[in-house]
Design a protein around this ligand. Sequence first.
Ligand code: GDP
Ligand code: MN
Length: 397
Amino acid sequence: MNVHEYQGKEILAQYGVGIQRGVVATTTHEAVAAAKQLTEETGTGWHVIKAQVHAGGRGKGGGVKLAKSLDEVERISGEIIGMQLVTPQTTAEGKKVHQVLVAEDVYYPGDSEPKEFYISVLLNRASGKNMIMYSTEGGMDIETVAEETPELIFTEEIDPTVGLLGFQARNVAFNLGLSGAAFKGMVKFVASLYKAYVGADAALFEINPVLKTSDDKIIAVDAKVTLDDNALFRHPDFEAMRDVREENPTDVAAREVGLNYVALEGNVGCMVNGAGLAMATMDLIKQAGGEPANFLDVGGTADAARVEAAFRIILQDPSVKAILVNIFGGIVRCDRVAQGIVDAYKNMGDAIQIPIIVRLQGTNADIAKELIDSSGLEVQSAILFQEAADKVQAVLA
Ligand code: GDP
Ligand code: MN
């Protein structure tokens, strides 16, 4: 689950990470009130207005702007709230901005040497360790840095059972070229950031830029935070941070009915029980000359209601030209699933306008095939994997 910058910064602050302070606002009125409040708390008269959408590169798209007076706060927040923000990380259509973060300006006027760094914490799946990735080239697109000057990206691997060691945090500060108070500040910043990553069960904390001010404060100016969905049950308070407006509507619908669904780019919808079988089915579709339109694991209870929900979700994708249902009946009996498919199909009436190929294997597979073949519906059945693949190929041809 992704969260907004302002929510990511809230989490960071809870763990003692230095942040650029700000208040979220959904109207220009709230934005002006937020700016006044920040001026009282921090003394700054200048503010940055930052669009809150789940996409980076907002600065490039005009979603981050400096306001030097309350009038400018009002004008700029009015321009940004409600805009369709297009950034290098969004589609051409962009994302609608529902709220802005009004933040203290931390780039002091006349600061001759603000320094921007890049720091992220994430899991390195190859080594099975957590990793701090960092660079002196902050504020830029890190992919570009990785491509053009990979020697400017450093990593520190952390054994999750041991945790971050003191020398590792000092390595970061040293490699970023810091000394004195800034060095100490960076060591503390990195230690708290790592604590936040572990404590929040995050999958990613990406801070770009981390700012060093001329008076040696180390501050998170931006925060891209991805929380681990599988650990959300340990953080009931994070559920309130979910913004479904930012999520794919199909993903939201799938989550609501408890289906494990991932949209892909292809033309053949898949409905499968079990993640391993789902992967194998996707391979099969490719081999048959198609491209999987999704990964969908209906789980252990493939009854009519679930099958129907799964059909409806798959059919929301207009590029789907055929659906392959591949169910292995172990505990769940194939005839039950077949009945579920027949019921769901009848229930949905005209909603299904594309060929459906059903492959059921395992307990009562024969009865299941019979059920489907005699249903009079436009459903093709198969028992063997290859048979199903051939039928997919035939309907795509
Ligand atoms: P992103 O473009 O989505 O990555 O959004 P960021 O939060 O990283 O902001 C983009 C850029 O805006 C930063 O790289 C900074 O250069 C600039 N910026 C952010 N905060 C401030 C601020 O307080 N004052 C000034 N003058 N610029 C800022
Ligand atoms: Mn950024």
